[in-house]
Design a protein around this ligand. Structure first.
Ligand code: MEV
Length: 427
């Protein structure tokens, strides 16, 4: 296959023909892509990205019964993995009967940097820092004015050296971005401050800085939310399959301790948390890559990658499960209102503020974490998983409702595999 030039300029038909001609083993690009294109709103989706041929469908589901800080919510979730929505729903209903999820948003500061090289005395730059801060803030008032009216804006500017690199400095800017995730706002401010930064040094007759780049940081340890659930150990009985609630609680806590100390387990443990988190983040049109990157960096903040959630059993017999993680989210801007289903999600969530959405998303993460670890320390996850896996297999085989019913009954006490289901259906 040769390198293609100007692919983006080709029409949709030409793009499809290019793929078909160059990858002949693909059955029918035109048919499949056209099948999943939207009849009336395709241009909305096309505009989100580039070289769009079609839409990639993922299930849009809901998990009801989330009691979060005294309010009931139905959580929209977009996820391709079976069991996640079911597990979240069941855990939500359970915790709703025990006071629900209680959350604290610690702060919602976001950070961006202008990176530059500067061959000058550190003291001189630090002496200029207050004046420079005022100068730079003033240089972007046109951009920050509206954000300030919404309670946001630039909060602080600091200068720090990157000690491992020669003469490399960061100008670290802290932002509040109200209800928007703020990536565009932050990057616009940073890029607009590059020239004034150079001008200030020139006006003050200081050595000229060489700007390397200006970009937000997706690591947001000051955009942090905590979420907690608690109940009496005896109340855990519905989850303590085959165990006493006390045994269950102890095993659960040990599993949590393993995830704290062991990185292999911590990654899987946190993946279970992000099952819930990403699903709501996606459903609300937020940036799940940014959320994941920040969370994993936060999980490694003491030098070892650890679990993000914690469990405690108090002397008084109280079981407490909590999760703290960074979540930079928006409820306005970006895709949040442009994607029709993200807009619907916001309505289903009763149009939350960005901080309320942080609480909601953290609760989804904790619900899925609780459900996953509860399964792991009792029945294992495969039992529930396999039931839903079977349903997917049957869909793949276009099973009729009758075939579905008979196959599900047959496999209710057997291990599911595609091959075995195929054989059963043949028979
Ligand atoms: C599967 O998607 C998620 C789990 O592996 C999480 C966990 O192990 O805690 C079940």
């Amino acid at each position: 296959m040769e390198i293609v030039k100007g692919f983006s300029k080709l029409s949709l038909k030409e793009k499809i023909k290019f793929i078909q001609d160059n990858v002949p083993m693909v059955a029918d690009v035109a048919k499949t892509t056209s099948h999943y294109r939207h009849e009336t709103a395709q241009s909305v989706f096309d505009n989100f990205s580039e070289n769009t041929l079609s839409n990639f469908y993922l299930p849009y589901g809901v998990a009801p019964n989330f009691l979060i800080d005294g309010e009931m919510y139905i959580l929209p979730m977009v996820i391709e993995e079976s069991s996640v929505v079911a597990a979240a729903s069941r855990a939500a209903a359970f915790w709703a009967n025990h006071g629900g999820f209680k959350t604290t948003v610690h702060d919602s500061l976001k950070i961006g940097h202008i990176w530059f090289q500067w061959n000058g005395e550190a003291d001189i730059l630090q002496n200029h820092a207050p004046a420079l801060q005022t100068y730079l803030k003033a240089s972007v008032t046109e951009i920050t004015q509206r954000m300030e009216q919404r309670g946001g804006g630039i909060k602080n500017i600091q200068f720090m050296q990157q000690p491992e690199l020669t003469n490399v400095w960061q100008m670290q800017v802290s932002f509040k971005t109200a209800d928007s995730m703020g990536a565009n706002f932050i990057n616009t401010c940073l890029e607009a401050m590059k020239e004034p930064l150079i001008n200030y040094f020139a006006e003050q007759k200081l050595p000229a800085p060489e700007i390397i780049m200006g970009i937000l940081s997706n690591y947001t340890p000051n955009c942090l939310v905590s979420c907690e659930v608690s109940c009496k150990v005896e109340q855990l009985a519905p989850y303590a399959v085959g165990l006493s609630p006390q045994e269950f609680a102890q095993r659960f806590q040990l599993a949590m301790d393993i995830a704290y100390h062991n990185t292999h387990r911590a990654v899987t443990h946190n993946k279970g948390i992000y099952n819930g988190i990403d699903a709501v983040v996606l459903a609300t049109g937020n940036d799940f890559r940014a959320v994941e990157a920040a969370g994993h960096a936060y999980a490694s903040r003491d030098g070892q990658y650890r679990s993000l959630s914690k469990c405690e059993i108090t002397k008084e017999g109280e079981f407490k499960l909590s999760l703290t993680l960074p979540l930079a989210l928006g409820t306005v801007g970006g895709l949040t209102r442009l994607h029709p289903l993200a807009a619907l999600s916001m309505e289903i969530l009763q149009n939350p503020s960005a901080e309320e959405l942080m609480s909601i998303v953290a609760s989804a993460g904790l619900a899925n974490n609780f459900a996953a670890v509860a399964s792991l320390v009792t029945t294992g996850i495969q039992k529930g998983h396999m039931k839903l896996h079977l349903s997917n297999i049957l869909t793949g085989f276009n099973a009729t409702p009758e075939e579905r019913e008979r196959t599900e009954a047959y496999f209710s006490d057997k291990t599911v595999s595609i091959q075995k289901v195929r054989e059963f259906l043949k028979r």
